[in-house]
Design a protein around this ligand. Sequence first.
Ligand code: SF4
Length: 450
Amino acid sequence: MKSRVKNMAEVSFINPLSDEGRSIIREYGDLNQIFDVDESLIDICTHTLNQRISDDALIPKSYAELAMKRIQWAIEKKNNKNFTQAEFEYLANGDLFKQDVVTFHILCQAIAIQFNTGSRETRLFIESQGTLILERLAKIPPMARADIIDEVLDEIKTDGAIHWKSLRDIVASKKLKLTDLLIDDGDIILQQEDFLYRFGDEFTDRSPERMYNILIGDSVKEQIISRLIMQKTEEYINRIKEMSQRIEIHPAIIKIGEDLKEFIPEEISKYNQYYAGSGGIYGSVQAGKLNPDAFPPCIKATVEGVSSGGRNDAIVLLLTSFASYARLYPRIFASDETVKVSDMDPDLSITENEILPLIFDAADNCTPPLFDDQPQEKINIISKLGFGMHERVDINHEGETKWYTPMSCEKIKIHLPNLCHPDKSCKGINNPLSCYGRKKYQLDQEAPKE
Ligand code: SF4
């Protein structure tokens, strides 16, 4: 009985949307307590094997802090070259399953009400859930892992089978090959019981159990579990979003959503190669880098991701020219010269390491991500920088096309009206680049001198 209870707990640690996970949520009670200090949470985190505890700030003190730490982990894992697992080891500690399930549901709800489906923030959370599942499974001893995998799969197969079409994305992502899957009548055969039922009689000269172990490896099942739970998380977030139009949202969830809106860009900006900070510990980055605090509203909106019909023009025409001139030659409109990118960036390292990553990230923030359905737009971006119709910037192709200058406010208002919401920084200017130059100059004057 004891091991059964333990097993159940671990199932909800892998799949927080399981029945077990749902009953934990029902029992949790008043959501106001998520901001309270929780001694048992602190105790489990500090006693996690290999957890670094030298700095008190590494340990979450409340469920709300645990939620932020999960997101911080996701951002650091993806972006921080010096990511330290020992700072987040508790996230893989199964003793934390109740706190983890509650935090997962809090985050799903906060993300659903605060961000668009398909937004950078929503995708970050869903992807991190998939990664967390794989990491947690990897830490469970093999025998127990096999049991948990089977239990989780049993529950996920709501319609009695997993159809190969539901795994289209994972096959497309090349994490799994279709040939790794054993498919019978469109159903994917993953569990031993199912395998023996369908094929048991086919093996006369060798043990069907052994054939099962050879044909269906654990890593295939783990990938499938991770992917299916990601998919279910996405569906869950979409359902909450729909429901949020009709029902009142708890203030604690609204507060977490607002905190995430500030926290995520702040954390991500620590790892951007292309921005200079406007103070704080990142203020010492070399001069000349782009300062996002000086971006006019139309550029801020484009960088955050565009979901309207103007998506392609916003990235390919507006942002490509703006980012390249703002970084390399902001005085273009005050100059009579014809310039090339390589005049300012002879080895093209700024273009490759700062300008293109900014544009490509913004393309990725679009809904749907720009290159997912229109990969050829990458070539159009390269061409707008003056390097012809090619996939990469190459000095030998420079001049095949023209370095496109930034659109005027007038043109933006006509072609991309959704992006133009002028604020006081736009007063009296006729181009986003001039707006940026003026604001950046002001911010540079205000910044404390070193
Ligand atoms: S007025 Fe010009 S700079 Fe300001 S948001 Fe509109 S297009 Fe952008």
